[in-house]
Write a protein that binds this ligand. Structure first.
Ligand SMILES: [Mn+2]
Length: 318
């Protein structure tokens, strides 16, 4: 099986690079760090390359393994986690993936392009971290308390705190097992889900104030511009969670949040509740994701971007 092959490649490698998608969320960070710690415990020189990450994940064990710049010119192996396509990795780091002697990926996104030499992809897994849990168990790689803390953070954040569809009995089995290992589940929950910074709070306040509803309240929409971000002094991760606010309102099927990037384009995040396949919607703009959570880039000014995404979403409203 592919997993056995990946283990053989790991055993034959000395330097291993771990990568995840840009603008990393809790699953990308938790999966990267959990995998990196496991590789280090196997005697490997492993590190994670990430240009930035939200400050509330600084509590994670092994966070010092996250580097902005590569320690090696070339790696024996590169492993990508929680990423549907190599294009989603920070463009500065792709060269290290390409020059690595062998590559592998672990992922749970719908439209994964199978870009590694070895690909462990499970679309129905609620978090990439959960794929790592079962992979480690299969390969008899020890899940220490620190590794469990990282992986459980990935699971808790990607399931919205054990509430999204897609969670399985294994999700709770692992959480229960982690508790017996001494993992501080309530600290993980609080630090990764509840704690907020002042700038993040200000961003949420503005986005909430601006929220509009369309199609008898089935669509919720809000936005932020570059000028808003500058005024608030926004930091990495401060836009996270805004799209969830719209989804949690009675009658809303789909919540849309768009925010402006440095190049002027808008990053759109979509969340749906019961029937809309938002990955399908985002595909129309070259994006993708999961059935109930997806994203894409809109290359127009604010009003046109808003119109374009609303038009596409409306085709799917029942
Ligand atoms: Mn994920």
């Amino acid at each position: 099986m592919t997993l056995d092959d990946i283990l053989k490649e790991i055993e034959g490698a000395e330097t291993i690079l771990v990568l995840a998608h840009e603008n990393p969320d809790g699953d990308a960070i938790g999966s990267s760090l959990g995998l990196c710690l496991a590789l280090q415990n196997m005697g490997k020189k492993a590190e994670v390359l990430m240009s930035e990450y939200p400050a509330n994940f600084a509590f994670l064990p092994g966070i010092e393994n996250i580097k902005k710049a590569a320690s090696f010119e070339k790696y024996d192996m590169a492993i990508v986690v929680d990423c549907p396509d190599i294009k989603r990795v920070n463009s500065e780091y792709i060269q290290y993936f390409e020059s690595a002697k062998v590559t592998a990926e672990f992922d749970h996104h719908n439209k994964n392009s199978m870009f590694g030499d070895y690909n462990i992809v499970n679309h129905v897994s609620p978090a990439c971290a959960q794929i790592l849990v079962s992979s480690f168990e299969y390969l008899h790689i020890e899940i220490t308390k620190d590794i469990a803390t990282c992986l459980l953070t990935g699971i808790i954040t990607d399931t919205g705190g054990f509430k999204n569809s897609g969670i399985t009995a294994e999700t709770f089995d692992f959480a229960g097992w982690a508790l017996t290992k001494g993992v501080n589940v309530s600290k993980i929950y609080r630090d990764s889900m509840l704690i907020t910074t002042r700038t993040k709070f200000e961003a949420q306040k503005l986005a909430m104030e601006r929220m509009e509803f369309f199609d008898e309240g089935k669509i919720a929409f809000t936005y932020m511009t570059k000028a808003d971000d500058e005024k608030i002094g926004i930091e990495t991760g401060d836009h996270d969670g805004i799209v969830e606010m719209g989804r949690n309102i009675v009658g809303v099927e789909v919540s849309i949040f768009i925010y402006q990037r440095d190049d002027g384009s808008f990053k759109a995040s979509l969340r749906s509740n019961d029937y809309m396949d938002v990955a399908d919607v985002c595909m129309m703009f070259g994006g993708g994701g999961h059935i109930r959570a997806a994203g894409c880039t809109l290359e127009f000014p604010l009003e046109e971007s808003k119109k374009a995404i609303l038009n596409e979403v409306r085709k799917h409203i029942q």
